[in-house]
Write a protein that binds this ligand. Structure first.
Ligand code: NDP
Length: 398
């Protein structure tokens, strides 16, 4: 029996709240807090179980501290934006409360995302006897667990990992992002980067791409991106030689993005407009559909997984582990599209494993540092069943 405080009532926060409410034997009390309280109320009204709501500006440490002192949660789940990671972690530290999030810290002023500032909390969390679990969505999150599961059950040495994230869904808008537009566009327009033989190699944005033939979604063009789970995975997979991350984009998405970039609408430096300072990307976010509003009409499926090669019993081995998720099914269950769903379900599972003490530690951790088997069992139980095969699909990677 535990009390959980969820901060951030967007697409992902809505799914986490629904899924926690489905497991009342663990999450006996739920408080959903966000900057816009009306969004909390909308989610609250979708549930069969009563929850409490609150308004909080999570950029303000004092406000988060006051809220935590008021509701006394056993765990804070951060589903606001990466900008709020450090303030919420600081508030957890001051109140000796466990913490979980789904995306690593970014500063609004620079589109750089890395774990450095969050890992820097490790000793302080350890001294207070509390735990932080970082990046517990799908990617990062389940992809890290997939690698840990492969390492534990299928390989003596993992040498090559290709993470594939394909969304073959259709939302019916000419241009929209599947999660927060500002965070999404900052990620996609940044330089690509992958890990090879102990070094990080940089590529021009979206310059490397190739088709992948994936289960349930067919042949799809996928683009090499830098993605945050690689930062911790290359530290935690001892024999890794190369790690890459690939994501699908439709031609329509890429064409719109190119135009928006060319006219300066994706910029993050403030510009003067009729006496006001505005950040073009923040203004663009205002005009784009809210990711959660895509859910009612979204059709099609996602396929996200890890293609792994290495050695088992002195012989080469291939392994592919993945999940297929259906947008319309997610809407039916929790009023969300599959990208929010695949992020929110693992956050609930991570919270559950922390609260029932299956995953425990003092300090700051990434998910691959804990036993993957219990998490994999929960994925099957709570809505994200996975499949595995001892060969890579169709077009084997070079
Ligand atoms: P949304 O934009 O839909 O939701 C974000 C919510 O956070 C909004 O309700 C917003 O409130 C609230 N918020 C923003 N700033 C503050 C603040 N200062 N104080 C309190 N609340 C605030 O985003 P998503 O739900 O799509 O994404 C949520 C998180 O999930 C992001 O960090 C994203 O990077 C991460 N993510 C992780 C994935 C993974 O697989 N690991 C995949 C997809 C997303 P308001 O409505 O007032 O703006």
């Amino acid at each position: 029996m535990s009390t959980v405080l969820i901060i951030g009532a967007g697409g992902v926060g809505g799914v986490v709240t629904h899924k926690c409410a489905q497991v009342p034997e663990v999450f006996s009390e739920i408080i959903l807090a966000s900057r816009t309280i009306e969004k909390c109320e909308t989610i609250k009204n979708q549930l069969n179980k009563p929850i409490r709501t609150a308004r909080v500006d999570a950029d303000e440490v004092e406000q988060v501290v006051a809220l935590i002192r008021n509701v006394e949660p056993d765990l804070v789940i951060n589903t606001a934006l990466p900008y709020q990671d450090l303030t919420i972690m600081e508030a957890c530290l001051r109140t000796k409360t466990d913490y979980l999030d789904t995306a690593n810290y970014e500063s609004p002023e620079a589109a750089v995302f890395c774990y450095k500032q969050q890992w820097a909390f490790h000793e302080k969390f350890k001294d207070q006897g509390i735990m932080a679990l970082l990046g517990c969505g799908f990617d990062p999150g389940v992809t890290n667990v997939f690698c840990a599961y492969a390492q534990k059950n299928h390989f003596d040495e993992i040498h090559y990992v290709d993470i594939v994230d394909c969304n073959a869904g259709e939302h019916g808008h000419p241009f929209a992002t599947n999660f927060n537009p500002e965070i999404n566009i900052r990620e996609v327009t940044g330089k690509g980067k992958y890990y090879e033989n102990g070094r990080w190699l940089e590529t021009e944005p979206l310059s490397i791409h190739r088709p992948f033939d994936l289960p349930a979604v067919g042949t799809t063009e996928m683009y090499l991106l830098y993605h945050e789970e690689m930062e911790s995975l290359v530290k935690n997979i001892p024999h890794i030689k190369r790690m890459r991350f690939w994501m699908s984009f439709s031609n329509e998405y890429l064409t719109h993005l190119r135009v928006l970039q060319n006219v300066g609408m994706t910029g993050i430096d403030p510009v003067d407009f009729e006496g006001h300072k505005i950040v073009p990307l923040q203004f663009l976010k205002r005009l784009l559909p809210d990711p959660s509003s895509l859910a009612p009409t979204y059709k099609g499926r996602t396929c996200i997984g890890c293609m792994i090669r290495g050695i088992k019993d002195a012989k080469p081995r291939e392994y592919f582990v993945y999940n297929i998720c259906d947008h319309a099914q997610c809407y039916k269950e929790v009023k969300a599209q599959a990208v929010s769903y695949t992020t929110g379900v693992p956050a609930m599972i991570g919270a559950l494993l922390m609260l029932n003490k299956t995953w425990r530690g003092k300090g700051v951790f990434n998910v691959e540092e804990f036993d993957p088997n219990s998490f994999m069992a929960c994925l099957n139980r709570y809505g994200l069943p996975w499949k595995e095969q001892l060969h890579l699909p169709g077009n084997v990677l070079a």
